[in-house]
Design a protein around this ligand. Structure first.
Ligand code: GLY
Length: 377
């Protein structure tokens, strides 16, 4: 059942292997990258508690020794204090220039450990072993590494491509339903931005995928990673097309900021709501039919996901304030917000040509639907 996707970046090319049980074979799958039979693994306490011994055994089967650091779980880890702790730990472990660091966890660990590998001794190689759906389909592929600054998310970092990625889909079984569905928000994003047939496939197979069907999970991760690999190969450092991967993210970042980056809204949930709003905005600008946002929402609803602002618990600021929060987005160029809009499902494009009034009207209407829902409860 193991599938492989090639990320074509010249001498920095690598494979993403996808399938169940890969950590049990981790030694055999990464031995060829090792200069000596020893790796330094960076993980978090939750992932380490669940899966570190299986990884240790998978490496030991090929005679590879492992030292491990388990950081506290959660987004707060992705800052200077845990970053410098990790770099100093790697130095204490005498990780050398030719050694390999392993990032074993979700997006926070992949980003932080990848950035540590990028700066350690001016750059050592690293292998990503992503354990969340979000990390398997998005953050472990493409070489964006980094940490958060007090001024905003992911503002400190480097492009540093992994040497290899092992996406063990059996690990997805230990995610909570909420975390799994949050990652599914990123999967849906791929269909919406560039592959209508994939979105139609998700409409048909999404429920079985969520219920645990392994073949469906492998296929969804493979198609997502393939699309990301193709985009990254065209535009590694986001000068153009790579921005398409941010479909839904301009709305999402404003909503995450408005909810304090808390458990009220997980990143992937914000992406799903943001995708629905981006299609709503596209329809309102006459770029796509009204059927498109309705179809997006119908699928998200069928999957039991958050689809609209009405699904976010607690207070939200007025539309004007949400628009201001969008202005903090990294995609602002020369003071102009760039949006990812769509002509149809599977046909997204990047534009700065969006009037503030139409964005405000989309947000105001979404907030009004929220009021209506509260009034009727
Ligand atoms: N997560 C968006 C990107 O990798 O470009």
């Amino acid at each position: 059942m193991v599938q492989s996707v090639h990320v074509s970046l010249g001498e920095r090319s690598y494979e993403v292997e996808i399938g169940p049980g890969l950590i049990d074979q981790a030694g055999a799958r990464i031995a060829r990258f090792l200069h000596r039979p020893r790796v330094a693994v960076v993980s978090d306490e939750t992932v380490a508690g669940l899966h570190l011994e299986a990884l240790r055994a998978g490496l030991a089967a090929e005679g590879i020794e492992m030292v491990a650091l388990a950081l506290p779980p959660g987004e707060a880890t992705k800052g200077w204090p845990q970053f410098s702790r990790t770099v100093e730990w790697l130095l204490d472990q005498k990780v050398e220039r030719k050694d390999v660091v392993v990032a074993f966890g979700g997006g926070v660990i992949g980003d932080l450990a990848g950035f540590a590998a990028a700066v350690l001794r001016r750059g050592v190689r690293f292998v990503q072993i992503p354990t969340s759906l979000l990390a398997q389909v998005d953050s472990s592929v493409g070489g964006k590494t980094g940490i958060n600054a007090p001024q905003g998310k992911n503002l400190i970092g480097a492009f540093h491509q992994p040497t290899h990625v092992l996406a063990d889909t059996a690990l997805l079984g230990s995610l909570t339903a909420r975390d799994f569905l949050a990652g599914y928000g990123e999967v849906v994003k791929y269909g919406l931005l560039g592959d209508a047939a994939f979105f139609a496939w998700l409409e048909e197979h999404g429920p079985e995928l969520a219920a645990g069907d392994m073949a469906a999970r492998v296929e969804a991760v493979r198609r997502s990673v393939q699309m990301k690999a193709d985009i990254v190969a065209r535009d590694e450092t986001e000068q153009g097309d790579r921005a398409l991967l941010n479909l839904g993210h301009t709305f999402c970042h404003a909503l995450e900021a408005a909810t304090g980056y808390s458990q009220r809204l997980l990143h992937g949930e914000g992406v799903a709501i943001g995708c629905a709003l981006a299609f709503e905005l596209s329809a309102r600008m006459g770029l796509c039919s009204q059927e498109c946002p309705s179809r997006v929402r119908a699928h998200l609803r069928e999957m039991g996901m958050k689809t609209d602002l009405a699904d976010i618990e607690g207070g939200l600021p007025p539309a004007k304030h949400l628009l201001e929060l969008m202005g903090q987005d990294k995609k602002v160029v020369d003071g102009r917000l760039r949006f990812i809009l769509a002509r149809d499902i599977g046909d997204a494009f990047v534009t700065a040509d969006v009037g503030k009034d139409v964005v405000l009207s989309v947000l105001s209407d979404a907030l009004a639907r929220r009021q209506d829902r509260c009034a009727s409860m």
